[in-house]
Design a protein around this ligand. Structure first.
Ligand SMILES: Cc1cc2nc3c(=O)[nH]c(=O)nc-3n(C[C@H](O)[C@H](O)[C@H](O)COP(=O)(O)O)c2cc1C
Length: 199
C-alpha cells in the first residue's frame, strides 16, 4: 500500500498508523486464503461482553464463486459499487442481538466493531487494504442470504491489495491521495469530568 499514515500526536503501532480506507483495489491480485484466515483469526480473538462473541462474518470471494459474490455485491449502495467491484473479497459483519437465554445483548454492536477493527489491523499488517461500508441494503442482504432476524447486519467490508499508485485511474486518484484527518485528541478524550480535555 502506498503510505497514507496517520499524522499522530503521539507514536502508535505501525499497523494502526498505516491502516486507511482506500478504494483503488487491484482486481487481478487475489487474497491468499491463509491471509484471509489470519484476518478472521484476529477477529476471533477480539474481546466481547461475557466472552459471548456475538459477531458473525460472511465472506464472498469474487474468483471462487462469482455468482454468489454478485448477489452480495448487488446489495451495496451504488456509490460503493463503483469501486467495490474491484475488490476480490466482500464481507458482511453481523451481530447477534441477544444472549443464549434470550436477554438482549446491548454490547453486540460494540463487540462486533472491535472484532472488525482487529481484522482490519491484521489485514494492514499483512499488506492488505480493508474498507468498511455502511452504504448497503440491510433488508436485501438479509433476505438474499437468509440471515436470521435476531442478527443485525452492520457493515459490508471489502478486502484486497491496493493498486500501485501509478495504476490508479484518474477518477479515483484525488480521493485516494486526499489527506486523512481526525478531531484533535483534546476534542474527543476527557479526563475526570465530561468535556475536560485530556492534557
Ligand atoms: C461503519 C462504517 C461505515 C462506513 N461506510 C462507508 C461507505 O458506505 N462508503 C465509503 O466509501 N466509506 C465508508 N466508510 C469509511 C469511512 O468513510 C472511513 O473509515 C473514514 O472516512 C476514515 O477514513 P480512514 O478509514 O481512511 O481513516 C465507513 C466506515 C465505517 C467504520
Amino acid at each position: 500500500m502506498f503510505e497514507k499514515n496517520a499524522h499522530t500526536q503521539t507514536a502508535i503501532m505501525d499497523a494502526l498508523a498505516q491502516r486507511w480506507s482506500g478504494r483503488a483495489y487491484d482486481s487481478d491480485r487475489p487474497v491468499e486464503r491463509e491471509k484471509l484466515l489470519s484476518m478472521l483469526e484476529a477477529a476471533r480473538w477480539a474481546p466481547s461482553c461475557f466472552g459471548y462473541q456475538p459477531w458473525r462474518l460472511m465472506v464472498w470471494d469474487r474468483r471462487e464463486d462469482f455468482q454468489t459474490w454478485h448477489r452480495a455485491f448487488d446489495c451495496l449502495a451504488e456509490s460503493n459499487r463503483a469501486w467495490a467491484c474491484h475488490a476480490p473479497l466482500l464481507m458482511l459483519a453481523c451481530a447477534d442481538t441477544s444472549f443464549a437465554d434470550g436477554r438482549p445483548n446491548r454490547w453486540c454492536h460494540y463487540d462486533t466493531g472491535a472484532a472488525v477493527m482487529s481484522l482490519s489491523t491484521q489485514a494492514t499488517a499483512l499488506g492488505l487494504m480493508v474498507h468498511q461500508m455502511g452504504g448497503f441494503d440491510a433488508k436485501k442482504i438479509r433476505s438474499e442470504f437468509a440471515i436470521p432476524e435476531s442478527f443485525d447486519c452492520l457493515a459490508m467490508i471489502t478486502v484486497g491489495y491496493q493498486l500501485p499508485q501509478d495504476q490508479i485511474p484518474e477518477e479515483f486518484l484525488e480521493r485516494e491521495l486526499s489527506p486523512r484527518s481526525r478531531r484533535d485528541l483534546a476534542e474527543s478524550f476527557f479526563e475526570g469530568t465530561w468535556g475536560q480535555p485530556i492534557k
